[in-house]
Design a protein around this ligand. Structure first.
Ligand code: SF4
Length: 233
């Protein structure tokens, strides 16, 4: 259950022990259930940024083949630029990622111009939003960043029992809570855990509450247990 604290203590209404317990359980779950994908092992700034672009609104399992193809053909930004629009579009259309061809080329140009880019320059590229930049920084560049996508909105909304509204106040509330939950040191492990957890346990439909380590702390899951509805999910 959620626990409230004074405004003076926090930017959101959850107290430090509750936040720490959620963070700890997510990290524990993540370490036991880490999903291995090729880009999670790679360290190359170019290839890992490409991976985060390919992962936009696409399931990781669908991206594996595209990423392997990309890594083989365009292991460097220069290789991609040499192939030009025709080569990139041929590849992206094969794997169904056609809309990302322009962003991939723009990222390649930026790498060629500046080396590993600064996040401000990246964000100036159409198609690179806060989520993609944050994921790249925190998962591949060892820089803490809070990453929030629709899965995180859904998960935190269920956990807290607070209906989520995509207005500025609602977005700020989720941002503040996600920021509190993201550890200062183990942010990479935590962000991977959240990605995997929201893809496999706290799913959009039929969340796996009976297998969820957060069940006793979750408003949605607890009310489903109380209402006898979980066995139907
Ligand atoms: S108990 Fe259910 S709704 Fe709550 S976080 Fe876990 S899977 Fe999601």
């Amino acid at each position: 259950m959620t626990r409230h604290k004074s405004r003076k203590q926090s930017k959101n209404e959850f107290d430090a022990p509750w936040v720490a317990a959620v963070r700890r359980k997510v990290l524990q779950w993540g370490r036991r259930n880490f999903a291995s994908y090729p880009w999670r092992e790679d360290r190359d700034p170019w290839l890992t940024l490409v991976a985060e672009l390919l992962l936009q609104r696409t399931r990781a399992s669908q991206v594996v083949a595209a990423y392997e193809l990309f890594r083989t053909k365009y292991g460097t930004p220069r290789a991609l630029l040499r192939s030009g629009h025709r080569g990139v579009r041929a590849l992206t259309s094969i794997v169904g990622l056609h809309g990302r061809a322009e962003a991939l080329l723009a990222v390649a140009r930026l790498f060629e111009k500046t080396g590993v880019p600064q996040v401000g320059d990246l964000r100036a590229i159409t198609g690179i939003g806060a989520y993609t930049a944050g994921a790249w920084l925190s998962l591949h560049r060892s820089q803490r960043a809070v990453i929030i996508d629709s899965n995180v909105f859904r998960w935190l909304g269920r956990m807290t029992g607070r209906p989520f509204h995509r207005d500025p106040r609602g977005v700020k509330w989720v941002n503040d809570l996600a920021d509190d939950l993201t550890p200062q040191r183990s942010f990479r492990d935590y962000n991977y855990a959240v990605l995997d957890f929201t893809m496999t346990i706290c799913t959009p439909r039929r969340p796996q509450c009976m297998h969820c380590p957060l069940l006793v702390m979750c408003v949605y899951g607890s009310s489903a247990v109380d209402g006898g509805a979980l066995s139907e999910r």
